[in-house]
Write a protein that binds this ligand. Structure first.
Ligand SMILES: Nc1nc2c(ncn2[C@@H]2O[C@H](COP(=O)(O)OP(=O)(O)OP(=O)(O)O)[C@@H](O)[C@H]2O)c(=O)[nH]1
Ligand SMILES: C[S@@+](CC[C@H](N)C(=O)[O-])C[C@H]1O[C@@H](n2cnc3c(N)ncnc32)[C@H](O)[C@@H]1O
Ligand code: SF4
Ligand code: SF4
Length: 292
C-alpha cells in the first residue's frame, strides 16, 4: 500500500540520518535540519523502520547524516535494507576510498559525494580540513566498484566557488558514471554565501542539447557537451515541494515530514509493530509543501 499525504503526494522515499556526528565542519551545513540530537537510533530500530516503510510503499532509501561513514555498524544497516529497495548514501567522501568495495558488497547501489571545490585551499576553507585528495580517491573508488552513478554535490557559494562551474563540467565531461548536482544554498545559521542559481540555470538552458525533468521535485537535468548536470533548487520553488516524495528520519529517531520544519516531528523512539506503523501514517498525514 502506497501512502499519500493530504496534498496527494505519494511517499516513496525514506531519507534516514544515521548520525549527527561529522568529521568536517562545512561553513554552510544544514545538518539535515536536526536540532541537538542526543541519542542515536540503533541498527535494529532502523531495520524495523525500513520494513514498515516498505509495507507503506517506500522504494528508495537514502542514508545521510552527519557523516554516515562514521557509523561503525553501517554495513549491518545496509545489509538490512529490504529486498527490492534501492539504497543510496550521501557522504562527504573523505573516508570512502577504503570502504567503497564493502559498501557495494553489502548492497548499496550508489553514492552522492559532496564536493564544492576542486581546489585544495578552498576545500580547506569550506570544510575546515585539508583532505580534498581523500575525497577524490573516494570518488575514484566508488566508480571503480560500481557505486554508480556517482553524483557530485556542489553547493553554489557566492564569492567562493561560483567561478568553478566550468571546471566541474570538465571534471564530469565524458564520464558516464559521474553527474554534477549544482545545489542552491539553503540558508541556516545566517550563512551569507547564497550563490546565483538563476544565472547557472540560464546558462545551462542556453547550452544544453537536452533537458530532462525528473519526477522527484521536478528537478531539471541538463545534458551538454558530454556532461550531465542536475540543478537542485528548493527555495521558493512551489514545483519542487509539490513533487516532494520523501519522508525524513532524524538520527535520534523522529520522523520529519519536511526538511525545513521542526515543529511537526513524530517521535518513534521505543515504538514497534503497530505503534510504529501508526506513527509512520501520522507523519505522512502531517506532510505539507513548505513552499506552496
Ligand atoms: N529543501 C529540500 N532539499 C532537499 C530535499 N532533498 C534533498 N535536498 C537537498 O538536495 C541536495 C542533494 O541531496 P542528496 O542527499 O545528495 O540527495 P538527492 O540528490 O536529493 O537524491 P538522489 O537524486 O536520489 O541521489 C542537498 O543539498 C539536500 O539538502 C528536500 O526534500 N527538500
Ligand atoms: C548534510 S550533508 C550529510 C551527508 C554528508 N555529510 C555530506 O556532506 O554529503 C547532505 C547534503 O546536504 C548538503 N547541504 C548541507 N548544508 C546545506 C545547505 N545549507 N544548503 C544546501 N545544501 C546543503 C551537503 O552539501 C550534502 O550534499
Ligand atoms: S560533511 Fe556533510 S554533514 Fe559534515 S559538515 Fe559538511 S555538509 Fe555537514
Ligand atoms: S522544503 Fe519540505 S516540502 Fe519542500 S521539498 Fe523540501 S522537504 Fe519537501
Amino acid at each position: 500500500m502506497v501512502l499519500k499525504d493530504p496534498y496527494n503526494r505519494t511517499v516513496t522515499n525514506l531519507r534516514i540520518s544515521l548520525t549527527s556526528r561529522c568529521n568536517l565542519r562545512c561553513i554552510y551545513c544544514h545538518a539535515e535540519g536536526e536540532v541537538n540530537p542526543k541519542e542515536q537510533m540503533s541498527a535494529e530500530d532502523i531495520a524495523e523502520l525500513m520494513r514498515v516503510g516498505v509495507q507503506f510503499g517506500i522504494k528508495n532509501i537514502k542514508f545521510t547524516g552527519g557523516e554516515p561513514l562514521l557509523r561503525r555498524d553501517l554495513l549491518d544497516i545496509i545489509r538490512s535494507v529490504p529486498p527490492g529497495v534501492e539504497s543510496s548514501m550521501t557522504t562527504n567522501g573523505t573516508l570512502l576510498a577504503a570502504k567503497a568495495a564493502a559498501l557495494k558488497e553489502a548492497g548499496l547501489a550508489r553514492v552522492n559525494v559532496s564536493l564544492d571545490t576542486l581546489r585544495p585551499e578552498r576545500y580547506k576553507a569550506i570544510t575546515g580540513k585539508d583532505c580534498l585528495a581523500d575525497v577524490l580517491a573516494g570518488i575514484d573508488a566508488a566508480i571503480e566498484v560500481g557505486l554508480t552513478p556517482v553524483k557530485l554535490n556542489m553547493v553554489l557559494l557566492e564569492g567562493i566557488n561560483e567561478d568553478e562551474l566550468d571546471d566541474f563540467m570538465a571534471f564530469v565531461r565524458g564520464k558516464r558514471d559521474l553527474i554534477l548536482q549544482v545545489i542552491e544554498l539553503m540558508e541556516f545559521n545566517e550563512c551569507k554565501f547564497h550563490g546565483d542559481v538563476d544565472s547557472v540555470e540560464q546558462e545551462l538552458d542556453e547550452r544544453a542539447t537536452r533537458i530532462v525533468t525528473r519526477r522527484m521535485h521536478h528537478r531539471k537535468k541538463y545534458c551538454l557537451d558530454g556532461a550531465e548536470v542536475e540543478v537542485v533548487r528548493p527555495l521558493h520553488n512551489t514545483e519542487f515541494c509539490a513533487f516532494c516524495n520523501r519522508l525524513r528520519v532524524t538520527s535520534d529517531g523522529k520522523l520529519k515530514p519536511c526538511l525545513l520544519r521542526s515543529d511537526n516531528l513524530v517521535d518513534i523512539r521505543g515504538k514497534h509493530g503497530k505503534e510504529l506503523e501508526d506513527a509512520f501514517r501520522e507523519a505522512v498525514s502531517r506532510r505539507e509543501p513548505f513552499f506552496a
